[in-house]
Design a protein around this ligand. Structure first.
Ligand code: 9MG
Length: 261
């Protein structure tokens, strides 16, 4: 899953993809590099980020989604928590909702059931503006597992198909350094909940804290973690760096699954 941020304040893309043409060029490159999903986001979820007005978010994402859909058959996900943005994005050509609030907004689950979109349910403690202030868990892996199992069941009860659901432990979302490391070490527990697992580590600050790297120097650390995640059962890696991640996880998958010969 290639990340396409169309926000002026995105933590690692800055203003580079603010124009539609630049965003479409970037999406086309990620498709060439091996992405099978492009995740389009019009509101930053980085720690401390402020919320964006719905109409502004819709204006940022819709023309980009329409452009990607016109140019290729790639699956497009919309990174949002707002039902009105979800609906506008799906009307424009998105087929997956990637929601850091796990579809907890009123009406989101029933809308997803009727629309038959794919959904990624992510764990987050708190909200982006304040989530890194005092994250606390007694047993982070057990609590995140219980949350994901509960939210998956709520989606099933709302009528969302089993095959439409992907789960994500939400690395960096209301988690301290050791919480992130523990979740990565125990990732195989999440793969056992009953839905494919998506993991996002790309350029995240906990890589910077361990390795002492600035945001644009975290590729190698992220590759190590992507390989570790796939080896523990992750099926989708969300990344800014599609080509190197595709190679890294291609090799891990070849070892784990073998090749057709
Ligand atoms: C939007 N966004 C930022 N980081 C993410 C992550 O780790 N997972 C998912 N699903 N979305 C994310």
């Amino acid at each position: 899953m290639g990340i396409l941020n169309v926000t002026p304040d995105s933590f690692s893309d800055g203003n580079r993809y603010a124009s539609v043409d630049a965003a479409l060029e970037r999406a086309a490159r990620m498709v060439e590099e091996g992405a099978i999903i492009i995740d389009v986001g019009g509101e930053s979820t980085r720690p401390g980020a402020a919320t964006v007005d719905e109409d502004v978010e819709i204006a940022r994402v819709v023309s980009v989604i329409e452009g990607i859909a016109a140019a290729s058959n790639i699956a497009i996900s919309i990174d949002t928590s707002k039902p009105r943005v979800m609906a506008a994005a799906v009307a424009a050509g998105a087929c997956i909702v990637n929601d850091v609030y796990a579809l907890r907004a009123p009406g989101a689950r029933s809308w997803a059931a009727v629309t038959e979109v794919g959904v990624c349910l992510m764990h987050m403690q708190g909200e982006p503006r304040t989530m890194q202030q005092h994250p606390h868990y007694d047993d982070v892996a057990a609590e995140v597992c219980a949350f994901l199992a509960r939210e998956r069941n709520a989606c099933l009860e709302a009528g969302i198909a089993r095959e439409a659901i992907v789960l994500d432990p939400g690395l960096g979302f209301g988690k301290g350094l050791q919480h992130n490391l523990t979740l990565l070490k125990e990732l195989s527990r999440f793969a056992g909940i009953g839905a494919p697992l998506l993991v996002g580590v790309s350029r995240k600050s906990f890589i910077g804290r361990i390795l002492g790297r600035a945001v644009d120097e975290r590729l190698y650390g992220g590759l190590g973690l992507a390989a570790l995640a796939v080896a523990q059962g992750a099926r989708i890696i969300r990344t800014h760096d599609v080509a190197p991640v595709a190679d890294a996880i291609g090799m891990v998958s070849a070892v784990l699954q073998g090749i057709d010969s």
